[in-house]
Design a protein around this ligand. Sequence first.
Ligand code: ZN
Length: 463
Amino acid sequence: MPGLEDVYRRSPIVVQNAMATAFGAKERLLRYGGRFRDYCDEVDRGQWLSADELAELQAARLRAMVSFSVDQVPYYRKLFDQLGLAASDIRGPEDLAALPVLEKDTVRQDPESFRPTDLAERPVAQTTGGTTGTPLRYWVTPSAMQYTYATYEVRFRRWAGVALGDRMASINGRKVVPVEQAKPPFWRHNLAFNQLYLSAYHLTDEHLPSYVERLERFAPEVIVGYVSSIHLLADHINRHGLAGVVRPRAVLVSSETLFPWMRADIEQAFGCKVHDGYGLGELAAFITECRHGSLHVSPEYGVVESTTTDGEEHRLIATGLFNRAMPLLRYDTGDVIRMAPPDHRCPCGRELPVVDQLLGRADDYVVTPDGRSVGPAPLSLAFQGVPGIREAQIRQAEEAAVDVLLVVDATFDDAREHQLDHELRERLGHVVDIRYERVDAIARTVWGKRRLVDSSIGRRGAT
Ligand SMILES: [Zn+2]
């Protein structure tokens, strides 16, 4: 039986638009139903609490999460037992150092051991590719989703001067049209919610004008999506003297490193401020940019550890405070941050902690012979449905070919490689030769971060 996605792909555009609307409705209920409104009020009030009040609230939520985890989650019950610790030994974030850092691989190898035996809500299964190409299965509670979207609404959208329901154009990993499609439309319109989904896989010199034209007609109030994709659009707009043709009130980006020059290009093209955001699919950390350009941590959402006080870079270790469907304590996100000094005060008046820089999401693009540039965030989605892959990297030394390096487990066979090949071709097309190589390990960057894409042709960031 064909999956919904196959049905979607074979349907006429009118039906696809209707299906995009129906998918939107289901997603919308999970995100914006239930306690979403109450959480918005809470998150709104919470942003004006003093640093001390926030610290107290965070510690209380941490104690509750640790206590729940030790009571209900097999992995933590065993871990605390082995360490000779009781849940009550963790009174605040400063006590977390007693626990080992939780590697993504540990979760990936046995995700079931992180699920509670007893849960008041029915969990929803999710998969993330992450920007390192290692798929991870995890579960969320509807209330944690609603709390996450309330935080997104209040501390991302509203900080940027927009709101839920505004006309939104989004360009992310969603495969809205087949990659082999050679003519517009490369987008679908969600009529019910006023959203235009644009393909991140057709950004060529040839097609970019049609994107800009469609955006101009749609006149979005906000543009949301991957840094790489939005930057390609902005670069085209600037090069062709089209700045200001599309004028949203804000651009919200996430998932990839936003370099200062990219920010400048995007702000020039769209004549508005870019707001950067960081949130994990695994619901462990939430960091968003206010109007004064500070990246604020939401401390009641998750603990973001600051291991140094001297402004040095370190791994972003996070502890989620809300998602009981899969508690993650001291979770190594694989990303790198530099915290601002604790006494740093943002002119916006909020005492939420500030991240000086989100680093280590530096990644390249794959550039195809037909002129498309595809960034790491959309490419990471190719790996997410394929089991047995522990690590992956796409290397490109020439335009006509890429090498896909894979660290796999025993379950990975030729059928899975074939499946991955299919997924990658959906994003890169057939113009690139894709070679596969199984390796023991993938080299890390100086920050200890793996990059998904390493391309000498589409080099964008520092290593
Ligand atoms: Zn601020």
